[in-house]
Design a protein around this ligand. Structure first.
Ligand code: NAD
Length: 242
């Protein structure tokens, strides 16, 4: 079913992106990992490309490289993301440059990458754009103003693409993880007191592994759930359910 299909994963050299590259490949996709520092994806992807998702020129060049080397892109996983510095907390204390950088990576990035792959998807009347948002796009994370706002925007970008391109055979869905152990969160989760505090707010009592989020990505990418578009698939151990 997925043989010879091409998937691109942004931020594919670490955490959820790296796990997604490996799982998509297991499922028969030919996989390209795009990242600021792509070397970490070498063992998990068929092609690694240096790309800054905030730069139009970098995104255009990276997507063209993938198309030439691997073929037209069937699945785009908009995964690259940042939380902002530890100073980026509540609104009035968030440095403006932190706000701008978080929106640039988490919102402009998915916009530029989607914009770059959609013409070829339109020409082939098929394609799937999967964006890693967050439960922070559905409920506000305390003290994470820029991040929460960016994930809400990423989710609405997903819905906008879903609505505008459904009739052209193109789908867009989001995955909304809760708390996942990756290099993004390990600084906090490696401190037993902070980890216990985080896990006390998760009904299943533990954080997710990156592989558990990659499972959701591969389920969406598989072509099953083909009637689903514009959907935020929540994978959070029940965190947003209470
Ligand atoms: N870890 C969590 O608990 C969690 C929860 C919900 C959502 N998410 C989301 O999942 C996604 C992946 O997070 P992760 O935890 O695996 O993080 P991570 O820090 O382990 O990996 C992020 C990757 O994105 C890359 N990246 C950052 N800026 C980039 C840019 N401008 N261009 C290209 N690549 C860039 C980094 O180099 C890195 O390889 C993010 O969008 C994040 O917001 C994570």
């Amino acid at each position: 079913m997925t043989a010879d299909r091409v998937a691109v994963v942004t931020g594919g050299a670490s955490g959820i992106g790296l796990a997604s590259c490996a799982r998509l490949r297991e499922d028969g996709f030919t996989v390209a990992a795009l990242d600021l520092s792509p070397d970490g994806a070498a063992g998990a992807a068929d092609l690694t490309v240096r790309c800054d998702v905030t730069s139009e020129a970098s995104v255009t060049s990276a997507m063209a490289t993938v198309a030439v080397r691997l073929g037209e892109i069937d699945v785009l996983v908009n995964n690259a993301g940042i939380t902002g510095s530890r100073d980026a907390t509540v609104c009035h204390q968030t440095p403006v440059e932190d706000w701008d950088m978080v929106q640039a990576v988490n919102v402009r990035g998915p916009f530029l990458c989607s914009r770059a792959v959609l013409p070829s998807m339109l020409a082939r009347k098929s394609g799937h754009i999967i964006t890693i948002a967050s439960v922070a796009g559905l409920i506000a994370f305390p003290g994470r103003c820029a991040y929460t706002a960016s994930k809400g925007a990423a989710l609405m970008l997903t819905r906008s693409i879903a609505v505008d391109y459904a009739s052209a055979g193109i789908r867009a869905n989001a995955v909304c993880p809760g708390m996942v152990y990756t290099p993004m969160t390990s600084w906090r989760l490696d401190q037993p007191r902070l980890r216990a505090e985080v896990e006390s707010r998760i009904p299943v009592g533990r954080v997710a592994s990156a592989a558990e989020i990659a499972d959701a990505v591969t389920l969406l990418a598989s072509g099953r759930l083909a009637y689903m578009t514009g959907h935020p698939l929540v994978v959070d151990g029940g965190m947003s359910a209470w």
